[in-house]
Design a protein around this ligand. Sequence first.
Ligand code: 6CS
Ligand code: FE
Length: 298
Amino acid sequence: MTMTGTDQDLYPSRLTEPRPPLKREHPAVWGDASGPFTRDELDAHEARGYTVIDDFLGAGEVTDYTAELLRLSDAPELATDERVIRERSTGAVRSVFAVHHLSEKLDRLTRDPRLLDRARQLLGSDVYLHQTRINYMPGFRGTGFYWHSDFETWHAEDGMPIPRAVSCSLALTDNYPFNGGLMVMPGSHKTFVSSVGETPEDNHASSLQAQEVGVPSEEDISQLAEQYGIDQFTGAAGSALWFDSNIMHGSGNNITPFPRSNIFMVFNSVENELVHPYAAPASRPEHIAHRENVAPLR
Ligand code: 6CS
Ligand code: FE
C-alpha cells in the first residue's frame, strides 16, 4: 500500500533525460512534541534535516559495541558472507550489513527506547528497520561515499514509496573533520534531485563499494551547495546523528590513522513499506533492504 493512493511516482529518478530538482512534498517530522525531542528540536530537524545528540551512548556501550564491530569484521565464518562489503583497494572490511541479525547486542540496541522513541516521534508512527550496517571507514585507505540522497536509492532500487524514513548513525570512534567524516547539506532534504542513468542489473554489487548510478550531477550538487551550504558532522565516540532519508550527504576518504566507524540504522514508518522498485530491474537482497521482518519494532 503506497501513501500516494495512486501508483504515480512522486520522486522519479534514474531518468534518460535530466530534469530540474523538485520540491519535496512530504515533511521530515511527522510526529508531535510528545516524545524525547522538544518542539524546538523537532522544528530544527524539520528545517535542517538532521539532529546531533552528543553523549548518546555511554563510554561502556561504545566499548561493547566496538568489540562487536571488531568481532564481526574479523569473524572467519563471515569472511565471504555477502553481508560483508570490502574496500576495493585493500580488501579491508568497509561495511557489514544486517548487523542486527548477526549480533544479539546490536539487535537489542535497535530496540532501545532511546532510539525507538525518537524514530517513532520523527516518523509519527510505529517503525521497523529498513537497513542496518556498520561502516568501518578504516584508517589510511578508507574510501568515502560520493554525494547522494539515501532516499533516491531506497526509492529507485528498494521501492520505498515516500521519504518517511530516518537514519541514526552512532559514532563508535571520534569523528574529526579529517578522518572521512560525514558532510551534509542542511535543508537539502527539502529538494529531491533526480539522477540520469538507468539502474543496471545487480547494481548493489558495485554501488556499496562506490556508487556511480543515482548520484546527482555536478550542476545539481553545485546548485544545492550554493543554496544550502555544507555542514561537516564531527562528534566524539558515542554521539548520534539523526538524519532525514533525503538529505544530500557524502564523505571523503580517510588517509589518517584514525578509523571513523559507526553503526547505521535506518528506521522506516510501518506505513511506508517497500513496494516494487520504482527504477530498477529487480529488488535488492533482503540483507540490504528488509521486506520480511517489517513488524513494528518493540
Ligand atoms: O544503498 C544503500 O542503501 C546505502 N548506500 C549509501 C551510500 N548510503 C545509504 C545506504 O546505506
Ligand atoms: Fe548514504
